[in-house]
Design a binder for this molecule. Structure first.
Ligand SMILES: Nc1ncnc2c1ncn2[C@@H]1O[C@H](COP(=O)(O)OP(=O)(O)OP(=O)(O)O)[C@@H](O)[C@H]1O
Ligand SMILES: [Mg+2]
Length: 362
C-alpha cells in the first residue's frame, strides 16, 4: 500500500536530508567485519537477520559503528531499494521531534502554513533508523509504540490515521534495560524494538582488525588530502593495537586522519600502553568474559608481540632478505618462515603489510 501523497515542502528544521539508499560512506564489508572472531559473530548474525523484516536494536559504545551497520542492514533488507531515513533523536529538540517524525497538516500550529510529511512517511517501504532511541521522551515513546504495533500514525492536526510499512532499526549506546528499570523507557516499546539485538564490540576487543582498518583509513585520507600513502611502522602498529580506544572506530579514524596530515600519532604515543597489564591483556584479546586476565596467555602474547617487532626491524635492516635475517637472528630459515607466517607478516606491493595472525597471507 502506498503512503498518502503530499506536496514536496522544505523542512522547518535542518533538512532531514534526502532519504538515501544506504550507500553513503559505507566501507567495504571486509573492512567493516575485519578478521576478529567478535566481528565474525556479528556478521553471521547480521546475515541471518538483515533480509527479514524484524526490528533490530543495534547496541555498542559510542563510535563502534552502529550507523555503519544500520546502513549495511538496510542495503541487505527486503526494502533495500526504498529509502533509509535516519532520525537522530537527541539532535532534535523534544517539541520539534514530534512534528519532524510524524509531520503536520496546514494550520496544526502557529507557523504551519503548509502541510508537511514527517520522516515516518518518508521511510515508507524503506527503513526508519532511530538513532539514540534511549533519548526519546515518554510522549513520543507511546506514539512510536503505536506505529510499531499497528503501522499507523497521525500527522499533527490530522483527522485520520495513515498507514505505512517499513523496517525499524534503532541504535543506542545506553543500557536500555537499565533505562526500563529506572522507569525512563517503556518496557513494551523496548520489547518491540528489541526483537533481535546486534551488539557491536568495542575496538579494544577486536585489536586484530586494526591493521585492516588502518589500511582502509590511510588510503581514504591519503587520497582525500592528496598526501603520499605512508604505511605505519611496525612499532606504531603495535602501539595502536595495544591502545584502549575509548572513542572506538571514530577515534581510530581521527588518529589516522591526523597521521596523514601531521605525520604523528600523538595521542596514542602519549599513552605508552605497552607497560600496563591491561594493555598486555588487550593485545592478547585475552580478557575473559568474567574479567580475568590469565597471566600465562597475556605473557605469551606479549612475547609474540615483542618477537614480531624484533623480526620486522631486522627484516627492514636487511632489506627484507630473509636468509640474512635468519642468520642475524640466529634461527633457521625455516623457523623464520614459520614465524613470519604465524605473525601474519608479509610484504605487499613494495610496502610493508602487517596482518592479523588469523588473516590469510596476501
Ligand atoms: N567497520 C568500519 N570500518 C570503517 N569505518 C568505520 C567502521 N565502523 C565505523 N566506522 C567509522 O567510524 C565512525 C563512527 O561510526 P558510527 O557513526 O557508525 O558509530 P556509532 O556507533 O554510530 O557512534 P555514536 O554512538 O557516537 O553515534 C564513522 O566515521 C564511521 O565511518
Ligand atoms: Mg551513531
Amino acid at each position: 500500500m502506498k503512503a498518502p501523497e503530499w506536496p514536496a515542502l522544505p523542512s522547518l528544521l535542518n533538512p532531514p536530508g534526502a532519504p538515501d539508499n544506504g550507500d553513503e560512506a559505507t566501507p567495504p564489508e571486509d573492512v567493516i567485519f575485519g578478521v576478529s572472531p567478535a566481528m565474525q559473530q556479528v556478521r553471521t548474525r547480521l546475515e541471518r537477520i538483515a533480509p527479514t523484516n524484524i526490528p533490530i536494536l543495534i547496541t555498542g559504545e559510542s563510535g563502534t559503528g552502529k550507523e555503519v551497520i544500520a546502513r549495511l542492514i538496510h542495503r541487505r533488507s527486503n526494502w533495500a531499494s526504498g529509502p533509509l531515513v535516519k532520525v537522530n533523536c537527541p539532535a532534535i529538540p523534544g517539541s520539534l521531534l514530534e512534528s519532524e517524525l510524524f509531520g503536520y497538516e496546514k494550520g496544526a500550529f502557529t507557523g504551519a502554513n503548509l502541510s508537511k510529511p514527517g520522516r515516518v512517511e518518508l521511510a515508507h517501504e524503506g527503513t526508519l533508523f532511530l538513532d539514540e532511541i534511549g533519548e526519546l521522551d515518554p510522549g513520543l515513546q507511546s506514539k512510536l509504540l503505536q506505529l510499531l504495533q499497528e503501522n499507523c500514525f497521525m500527522r499533527l492536526g490530522a483527522q485520520q490515521e495513515s498507514r505505512v510499512h517499513m523496517r525499524f532499526l534503532c541504535a543506542t549506546n545506553r543500557h536500555l534495560e537499565a533505562e526500563v528499570e529506572a522507569g525512563r523507557f517503556r518496557q513494551d516499546l523496548y520489547y518491540r524494538i528489541n526483537v533481535v539485538s546486534l551488539s557491536l564490540p568495542p575496538l579494544r576487543e577486536r585489536a586484530q582488525d586494526i591493521p585492516v582498518l588502518v589500511d582502509y583509513f590511510l588510503r581514504q585520507f591519503s587520497a582525500r588530502y592528496e598526501r603520499p600513502l605512508e604505511p605505519l611502522t611496525p612499532a606504531q602498529m603495535a602501539m595502536l593495537r595495544a591502545y584502549g580506544w575509548p572513542g572506538n572506530l571514530r577515534e581510530l579514524e581521527n588518529q589516522i586522519k591526523s597521521y596523514v596530515v601531521l605525520g604523528t600519532l600523538q595521542r596514542v604515543e602519549n599513552e605508552s600502553p605497552h607497560r600496563s597489564a591491561d594493555a598486555g591483556a588487550r593485545l592478547a584479546g585475552e580478557i575473559s568474559p568474567d574479567g580475568s586476565f590469565p597471566l600465562k596467555n597475556v605473557t605469551r602474547q606479549a612475547i609474540h608481540e615483542m618477537e614480531r617487532e624484533i623480526i620486522l626491524k631486522v627484516l627492514e635492516a636487511n632489506q627484507w632478505n630473509r636468509k640474512q635475517t635468519a642468520q642475524v637472528l640466529r634461527i633457521s630459515y625455516r623457523a623464520l618462515l614459520y614465524k613470519l607466517k604465524e605473525a601474519g607478516i608479509t610484504r605487499r606491493r613494495g610496502s610493508l603489510a602487517v596482518q592479523s595472525p588469523s588473516e590469510p597471507a596476501a
